[in-house]
Ligand binder design. Structure first.
Ligand code: DP6
Length: 328
């Protein structure tokens, strides 16, 4: 069997996936919209080898047991009708400590490399479905550029499709990394805890409208409408987290002191005429969003503030989806 190397990028959600109707299949409660981030890449090589007695998985040069990866290889074996064990080598060009969740790019690259190495030639929809089974948000790293995850009702109907290609809109995402430790509450726990938030039904009741506004503004390249809705949507997700309970803990607070300092600064820069908005995932880091022509202005404002906070940043453009890089 062949050795295949695939690459994929993490994606940033403009409308968030927060809550599942099926925790095993990662069927989300609502649709979501995202952009692939060029600034971070996962590269994964897979070989199915009849001589192996067990899967051998090396991530960022460390060989260890990785039950989620092994379970994903089982899904691929089942699809391909094989039993052969696999050799997997996966590397992120961003350190684990960058504070950027790697599960989306990891499961997107793994789905493509493993399925091809197993002799399958899945189309984008089938690949997105496979990636979603590994980690929900990974389904959005399959299509090129901007993606919308159609929530669906079951395994076959829940996948992401392209909303617009990477060159549709020259947006820039400036990811400000302020804390690099592991988050206190894993996103899988956060997804479960939404049911404990009294605000969750309110969030769901406006989501169709939020998705419409973000989709329409993105397609029309209407930056003020886009930015304002994306920022409000991030706050709505965090309102659910704040009003959720995990075991005896009251409220999931993903922000750190630096998160709040950055939020206040962005509000001030915007009031001073710099068109920049932000979004925040299940962690303390802040992703600043602007159009290409304002990138330098945003970097000039951000760099000294971030240096004072001991943080750093990287810049992304809209990136392609998962692709095979070897053999070419
Ligand atoms: C806050 O995809 O990491 O980034 O399906 O349990 O692996 P699992 O969850 P995951 O959740 C991502 C949550 C988020 C929002 C988003 O990316 O839409």
């Amino acid at each position: 069997m062949q050795t295949i190397t695939a690459v994929a990028h993490p994606n940033l959600a403009f409308v968030k996936y927060w809550g599942k109707v099926d925790h095993n299949l990662n069927i989300p409660t609502n649709g979501s919209i995202s952009m692939n981030l060029s600034g971070a890449t996962t590269t994964t090589t897979v070989t199915f080898d009849a001589d192996l007695e067990a899967d051998r998985i090396t991530i960022n040069s460390i060989t260890a047991e990785h039950p989620r990866v092994a379970a994903h290889l089982d899904r691929v074996r089942q699809l391909a009708g094989i039993e052969t064990r696999a050799l997997v080598i996966s590397d992120n060009n961003f350190p684990a400590s960058a504070g950027i969740a790697s599960s989306a790019s990891a499961f997107a690259a793994l789905s493509l490399a493993a399925s091809r190495a197993a002799g399958l030639n899945l189309n984008d929809k089938a690949l997105s479905i496979l990636a979603r089974s590994g980690s929900g948000s990974a389904c959005r790293s399959i299509p090129d550029g901007f993606a919308e995850w159609l929530p669906g009702r079951d395994h076959e109907s829940s996948y992401a499709q392209q909303l617009a290609p990477p060159d549709h809109w020259d947006l820039r995402v400036i990811s400000a990394i302020v804390e690099t430790g592991a988050k206190e509450v894993a996103s899988s726990q956060g997804h479960r805890a939404v049911q404990t938030s009294n605000f969750f039904p309110a969030r769901l009741s406006v989501l169709a409208q939020t998705l419409d506004t973000v989709r329409t503004a993105l397609l029309a390249r209407d930056f003020p409408a886009f930015g304002a809705t994306v920022e409000a949507e991030a706050l709505a997700m965090h309102a659910i987290a704040l009003t959720s309970q995990v075991e005896e803990k009251i409220g999931i607070l993903y922000w750190g002191p630096s998160t709040l300092i950055l939020i206040r600064a962005i509000q001030q820069w915007r009031a001073n005429g710099l068109p920049v908005y932000y979004t925040i995932d299940a962690g303390p880091n802040v992703h600043l969003i602007c159009e290409a022509k304002y990138q330098t202005g945003v970097e000039r404002a951000l760099a000294p503030l971030l240096a004072g906070l001991g943080g750093r940043y990287f810049v992304s453009r809209p990136a392609p989806g998962a692709r095979v890089v070897k053999p070419t």
